[in-house]
Design a binder for this molecule. Structure first.
Ligand code: AMP
Ligand code: GLY
Length: 428
């Protein structure tokens, strides 16, 4: 099989590395990829939003399967374009990708299908939204409707913070068209998990849950980021909870989106809040793997990845195709100085090979490029250091030993990835 991966981050590097190791894969291509990914795939300089370029690359290179990493091209309709060209695509069409591409669509969808989520209302008008914020008796989260590069969500402590956020989005148009509509949602508390399933339009298999760490600094402090590290499995996600999530969230979602005419083929990543009573509520849908979640989920997945993704893309999944190991996987992000606001680019990185020499560790490139024979930063999240071991304590020890071998001036990394699972009351 010849496989083309779309994207350029650590998620895509992990996918390429795993596909390259697949006995059924003859060639792995990646667009646009990166110098780091070039170690595991043949990279082609086609941007993720260049749908014509992706379709012509896939046909020219006789690609059997396209695996789409980020949400952008899915929301733009790359899967539909590839289907027209007769190329199988792992990733949903634009109709189903609205689950991620529009917050108001996804909230209305959940309401239509009785899927548990926080109470909400949608607005296009500042005064109406402000009146709502003043009238509700709970804390809120303000969300720009469209894709806003992970910056469109403000979790508010006070009504004033919510009014400021509404002002930025609806009056100052901070997110352009992506903020023409806002969702104002009830803020809910609990433990957040990233639940992933692979679906083929009808059937699905559970990949499992990971826990991301969205805040920049230890103890869940500092600004929100794309994710500073993850681990899997998540103790709170017991087999009983998995069964409940499947029955109350995954199945009605897949059935609902198919009934609305958009069968979902690809990976559905449901962001869930689990409250103290163990009740899951949907925070958001994503129509692609999480990053850094992808690396830890793949690390625990047994067997050949390519036939699994291919079967999902071709509506031919069978339950036997997934086995998840009991091992614990962890991933620690090394971010550039200035991330997330203004990451410093072009800063020299040393020690990647030394880090990879730590037994059990593996380094994926998220935002690097080559300069004068060495590596330099070329993005906010720079590297993802991963490890797998029988326990979280051991996996974390390996990952941090490897991470400490990387020299990057101004580097930011969290020292507490997995803290919720390591804390004495591990279920909270
Ligand atoms: P979203 O892009 O909708 O997942 O929002 C980004 C992040 O904001 C989530 O990962 C949560 O950490 C947080 N968040 C979103 N919605 C809520 C909510 N209703 N209550 C509390 N936190 C939320
Ligand atoms: N790590 C969260 C995400 O990929 O959306």
């Amino acid at each position: 099989m010849r496989v083309l991966v779309i994207g350029s981050g650590a998620r895509e590097h992990a996918l390429c590395a795993r596909l390259r190791a697949s006995p059924s894969v003859e060639a792995v291509l990646c667009a646009p990829g990166s110098s780091g990914i070039a170690r595991d795939a043949v990279v082609h300089p086609v941007a993720t939003h260049d749908l014509d370029g992706i379709v012509s690359l896939a046909t020219r290179e006789r690609v059997d399967l396209v695996v789409v990493g980020p949400e952008g091209p899915l929301v733009m309709g790359i899967a539909d374009r590839l289907a027209t060209a007769g190329v199988a695509c792992f990733g949903p069409g634009a109709g189903a990708a609205r689950l991620e591409g529009s917050k108001s669509f996804s909230k209305d969808f959940m309401a239509r299908h009785a899927i548990p989520t926080a109470a909400y209302a949608s607005f296009t008008d500042y005064d109406a939204a402000a009146a709502y914020v003043r009238s509700v008796g709970h804390r809120v989260v303000v969300k720009a409707d469209g894709l806003a590069a992970g910056k469109g969500v403000v979790v508010c402590d006070t009504p004033q913070e919510a009014l400021d956020a509404l002002d930025r989005v609806l009056r100052q148009h901070a997110f352009g068209d992506a903020g023409a509509t806002v969702v104002v949602e009830e803020r809910i508390d609990g433990q957040e998990i990233s639940f992933h399933v692979i679906a083929d339009g009808e059937r699905y298999v559970v990949l499992g849950a990971a826990q991301d760490h969205k805040r920049l600094r230890d103890g869940d402090n500092g600004p929100n980021t794309g994710g500073m590290g993850a681990f899997s499995p998540v103790p709170v996600c017991t087999p009983r909870l998995v069964a409940r999530i499947c029955a109350e969230v995954v199945e009605p979602t897949l059935r609902g989106i198919a009934r609305e005419g958009h069968p979902f083929r690809g990976v559905l990543f449901v962001g869930l809040m689990i409250d103290d009573a163990g009740t899951p509520k949907v925070l958001e849908y994503n129509v692609r793997f999480g990053d850094p979640e992808c690396a830890v989920l793949l690390a625990r997945l047994d067997g050949d990845l390519a036939p699994l993704l291919d079967a999902a893309a071709r509506s031919a999944l069978s339950a036997e195709t997934v086995r998840v190991r009991d091992d614990v996987a962890i991933a620690v992000v090394i971010a550039a100085e200035g991330y997330p606001d203004a990451p410093r680019e072009g800063v020299a990185i040393r020690g990647i090979e030394l880090a990879e020499a730590v037994p059990g560790a593996r380094v994926y490139h998220a935002g690097t490029s080559r300069r004068d024979g060495g590596w330099v930063t070329a993005g906010g999240r720079v590297l993802l250091v991963t490890a797998t071991a029988p326990s979280l304590v051991e996996a974390a020890a390996i990952a941090y030993q490897a991470a400490d071998r990387i020299e990057l001036p101004g580097a930011q990394l969290r020292r507490d990835i997995g803290w919720r699972a390591l804390a004495p009351s591990a279920s909270r």
